[in-house]
Design a protein around this ligand. Sequence first.
Ligand code: ADP
Length: 692
Amino acid sequence: MIDSVLSHAIVMLDAEGRVIRWSAGAEKISGYASSEILGQSLGCLYLAEEAAAGKPARDLRLAVEARGAEFEHWRVRRDGMCFWASVAISPVWDESGELAGFTEVTRDLSERKRVEEANLDLIRQQVACASAEAAELRIRQSEEQYRALSDRLEVILQGIADGITVQDRSGRLVYANQAAAHLCGAASSDILVGMPFDQVIARFELFDERGAPVPLEALPGRAVLEGRPALPLVVRLRERASRRDFWTSIRASAVRDGTGAPALVINILHDVTATQKQVEAERCLSRAATTLSESLDHPSTLRALAELLVPDLADWCAIDLLEQDEIVPVAIAHRDPAKLGVLAAFREALVPTTGKVRASRRVVRTGRAELHPELTEAVLAQAGYDESLLAMIRELGLRSAMVVPLAVHGQVFGTMTLVTDEGGRRYDGADLALAEELGRRAGVAIEHARLFREAQLAIRLRDEFLSVAGHELKTPLAALSLQLHSLDSAFEHGTVAADLPRWAARVRKTIAHGRRLERLISELLDVGRISAGRVVLEREDFELGGLVTEIVERHAEELARSGSPLSLVCPAPVLGHWDRSRLDQVITNLLGNAVKYGLGRPIEVVLTADEGWVELSIRDEGIGVKPEDRQRIFERFERAVSERNYGGFGLGLWIVRALVEAHGGSVTVDSDGGRGSKFTVVLPRTGSGGMP
Ligand code: ADP
């Protein structure tokens, strides 16, 4: 039965482990015939090195101790080949319980082992494959992450408003973001990086805050490369080609290598044009304020202002003032004095072509500033200039323009025109705001100058008036006091009674001097009242012809003295509602002047009326009034004669005009061919006003 089991080797061993029984299965598996193996030690079936190390005895001992043991290990066949065996060793005991020997059942597991090892190999390969894939995946993932991160970083750097550039040790640009490209005038950051750094810098002129050129060594990036301390620097860059200019603050820092030497320089360019422009505008305004306050003579002040604004704010500047509805050029300045001639000719030529400098006229009319950022050919073509004007424009090379009003409290005195030429800047809203503020300040300066001139004139008139007034008041007063002294001494000597008619005549003269004094003083009082607008009319109904007749009679003696015959034409009674004493004053003044300036020639007084209006004219054939004086003589203290020839305050006609106007009427003078004068007063009958 045992020999029929060929799949297992069934072996019996004695207590020392020698083979005492060897089945047919054992023969098949190990290749030993039982005749060869019986009596041999179990060790001959073990690997030589294991047998030498005592493994067979150890296995048997283990089987005894454990009362049976199972192993898997290598066994050796007779032909020396090894096979993987499953071995179950069981101790066999005799009746007395002594170890009699062992049974050993062995199975060749080589096939299973091979399959298992093949499987194991497969698994190992799969594991190796899987871990290789995993490693590759990890690399790929980290590459992707890196790419995503650097993409994101690039997006961030490109999106930053500040310009960022990176230079290598040699100063070559190795990176630039979009903002840097924009600042440097390159179409893209790649184009900028492709350009040699010197070529990028050569496109610009660099200035510091005081306008002094900045050398390349002073740039912070250069300092970092050379290991010098790099302080931030504010630089004005002017692009040579376009003359576009902007301000930027530049900072630089180093990326250092292992030795601490700068390997890369990172430059950060922050555009500070807006802030810097604000600072410049304030500086410009304060310089303008100084210029404008230096003198009250406005033409020279305005010339200084125009020169101050060129070339910082404009390539040329023109200031025009409005004088009696005419726009008159007062100041002009050009960056290039050689072009002043063509500029003046251009502005002069604008007059016939376009009906005065058009923009200035518009600005004067509307009071609103104009900004023309880009004076392109097309814009100029629309303006309808003729060929000669266009030629001058081409020579001047206009680019951008602003026209602002010079105004105070909405009253426009003139305009200021600021223009840049081809190479110049393009004006924007901030420039216009600055120019408008300059216009306002210039307007205030002009207004101050005007007020100053008026005040000076008023002071001069007052001084003249005081000297005339002193003289005027003193003359009748001296005559009056002389007469009174003679009368007094005549009384003392008792000679009055002896020559009564002579003394009576002298008393009348004295009274006349007193009247003249009284009239002069009331004229002076009227100045205060009229100036303060305190003329109160006390109206009543009366007949004007009667008043005129009465006044003429009052002047009989004076007329007789001057020799002027007087004719009065008053066809019908003229009734109205007026202030009698004020009209008395008006007629007395006009008649007094006719006698005074009438050279003893005839005087004609004519009073006519219609339903609503009355006209009184007083005509003499005396010295007359020159056309240029006809307006002026109605003003306060204004006279058209020398005080040496004719006394007077220059107040009479001013008072006449004020009183007539208070009645709603008017007074004018006419001088017929320079022979004599005719003063005409027109009055409404009711006194409510409104000219016919
Ligand atoms: P006054 O006579 O005191 O100078 P008025 O105001 O009355 O002042 O006159 C102002 C000026 O007008 C005079 O100084 C004189 O030059 C001129 N004027 C006035 N009336 C006549 C006149 N009838 N003929 C010529 N000139 C006159």
